[in-house]
Design a protein around this ligand. Structure first.
Ligand code: HEM
Length: 388
C-alpha cells in the first residue's frame, strides 16, 4: 500500500464526516505518497505524532515551498517572504515585528465589539436565511477588515479574488493568476496610501511603522486578510451544522452556555476544514512514520486526520463538548502556530454564544448531510439554511 500514489484531494474530501481514507492510512500506511492537483508527488502523514513532528520540526521548511522548482499543491502559488513561507531566523524576525499587534491584551480588547457585531448580524438570521452568508462570513470579514484598516466596502471586489485564489480547477490557471495579481495590486495601493497618510488608527498603520519592506507588508496584509476570515467563516458554519445535526448537542449548550469554551475546542478538533494541510519541504533526510523523507521531497501533514487519531483522543469520532484534555492541532503547533488563534477563539465563542442566546430553537432547514460543500482548498459547507 505504501507504494501506491493516491490523488489528493481524496474522492471523499467534500463531505461532513472525516474521510474513511484517513483511518485506513493511519493504520496501514501512516506515510504515503500522494499526487497533488498540480501533479507533484509528495508525502502525506496522517498520525497525530507524525503530523505534530512535520508541523513543528525545523527540518521541514515552509520557505522551500516557494523556492524555484519546488513541488506545487494547487493552482495558486503562495506569496514568498511572509510568515507562512519563511523559516527561522527570517520567520522569527517577521513574527517579532507583528507580535505587538497581536498581543493578548490588544486582541482581548476586540471582544466587546466582536460581541456587538454578532448581535447586529444576528438580526439577519431569519427563517430560511443562509447562516453562512448572513452571519458566519460577514462576522470575521468585518472583524479583520476593521482591525487591518481595509475598507469593508471593497469586499465584493476582493472576495471574488480570494475565492479564485483557493480554486482547485487547474484549468482556471490564468484566471487564478489574474486574481492573485489583482489582490497584490489592491493591497499595494492601500499600503502606499497608508504610508502617505502616516496615521496610527489600525494594524496596517502600525505595520507601516515597522521595518517591513513594501513587498513584505503587502504579502503580510494579504495573508492576514485571507487567513483572517476564510477559516473562521468555514468554522462558524461547520460548528453550527455539527451541533444542529445532533440536536442534543445544541440543546446541551443552550442549557449550559458555560460549556462554550470547551465546546469550541472540541468543535475545532471535530469539524472538517482542509484535508491535507500546508506543504513543507524536507531540508535533510528525516525518518518519519517508517519511511525516510529525503531532502528536497515535499510532505503534507493532515491536521484533520491527526485530530481524529485514536492514539491521541479516546473515542475520537464522538463529539464530547466537555473533552479535557483536548490537545487538538486545529490551530497548528510550533513556530507557525496560528497567529490569529486568540482572535479566532473570540470570534468562535462570541458567534456561538449569541446564536445560542437568541435562537435556542435553531434548526437546519435541510438535513446537513445533503448540503453542498465548497470545492476549494480550505473547504467547508457552501451554505447552511436555517429555521429560527
Ligand atoms: C478558526 C479559525 C482559524 C483556524 C482553524 C486557523 C488555522 C491555522 C493553522 C492550522 C495554521 C498553521 C498552519 C501550518 O503550520 O502549516 C495557521 C497559521 C496562521 N494563521 Fe490561522 N487559523 C484561524 C484563524 C486565523 C485568523 C482569524 C487569523 C488572522 C487574524 C489567522 C492568521 C494566521 C497566520 C498569519 C498564520 C501563519 C503563522 C505563521 O506562519 O507563523 N488565522 N492558522
Amino acid at each position: 500500500m505504501t507504494d501506491d500514489v493516491l490523488d489528493i484531494p481524496f474522492a471523499d474530501a467534500f463531505a461532513f464526516d472525516p474521510s474513511p481514507t484517513w483511518a485506513r492510512l493511519r493504520e496501514e500506511a501512516p506515510a504515503v505518497r500522494v499526487r497533488t492537483l498540480a501533479g507533484a508527488v509528495v508525502w502525506l502523514v496522517t498520525r497525530y505524532d507524525d503530523v505534530k513532528l512535520v508541523l513543528a520540526d525545523p527540518r521541514f521548511s515552509r520557505a522551500g515551498v516557494v523556492a524555484e522548482g519546488a513541488p506545487r499543491v494547487g493552482v495558486s502559488r503562495p506569496l514568498p517572504g511572509t510568515l507562512p513561507t519563511t523559516d527561522p531566523p527570517e520567520h522569527t524576525r517577521l513574527r517579532k515585528l507583528v507580535s505587538g499587534a497581536f498581543s493578548h491584551r490588544r486582541i482581548e480588547r476586540t471582544r466587546p465589539w466582536v460581541r456587538e457585531l454578532c448581535e447586529e448580524l444576528a438580526d439577519d438570521v431569519v427563517d430560511g436565511a443562509d447562516l453562512r452568508r448572513v452571519y458566519a462570513l460577514p462576522l470575521p470579514l468585518q472583524v479583520i477588515c476593521t482591525l487591518l484598516g481595509v475598507p469593508y466596502g471593497d469586499r465584493e471586489r476582493f472576495r471574488e479574488w480570494v475565492e479564485l485564489a483557493y480554486s482547485m480547477e487547474m484549468s482556471e490557471q490564468s484566471r487564478v493568476e489574474a486574481a492573485m495579481a489583482s489582490l497584490v495590486a489592491y493591497m499595494g495601493e492601500l499600503v502606499a496610501a497608508k504610508r502617505r497618510e502616516a496615521r496610527s488608527d489600525d494594524l496596517l498603520d502600525e505595520l507601516c511603522a515597522t521595518p517591513l519592506t513594501h513587498d513584505e507588508l503587502v504579502a503580510f496584509a494579504l495573508n492576514l486578510l485571507v487567513a483572517g476570515h476564510e477559516t473562521s467563516a468555514n468554522q462558524i458554519t461547520g460548528f453550527v451544522a455539527t451541533l444542529l445535526r445532533d440536536r442534543s448537542a445544541w440543546e446541551r449548550l443552550v442549557a449550559d452556555p458555560s460549556l462554550v469554551p470547551s465546546a469550541v475546542e472540541e468543535l475545532m478538533r471535530f469539524t472538517r476544514l482542509s484535508d491535507v494541510g500546508q506543504l513543507r519541504v524536507a531540508l535533510e533526510d528525516v525518518p518519519v512514520a517508517g519511511v525516510v523523507i529525503r531532502a528536497g521531497e515535499g510532505v503534507m501533514a493532515s491536521i484533520g486526520s491527526a485530530n481524529r487519531d485514536p492514539r491521541a483522543f479516546p473515542h475520537p469520532d464522538r463529539l464530547d463538548l466537555g473533552r479535557t484534555p483536548n490537545p487538538h492541532l486545529a490551530l497548528g503547533v510550533g513556530p507557525h502556530f496560528c497567529l490569529g488563534a486568540q482572535l479566532a477563539r473570540i470570534e468562535l465563542r462570541e458567534a456561538l454564544t449569541v446564536l445560542l442566546e437568541r435562537f435556542p430553537g435553531l434548526r437546519a432547514a435541510r438535513p446537513v448531510e445533503e448540503l453542498a460543500w465548497r470545492r476549494v482548498l480550505v473547504s467547508g459547507l457552501a451554505e447552511l439554511p436555517v429555521r429560527v
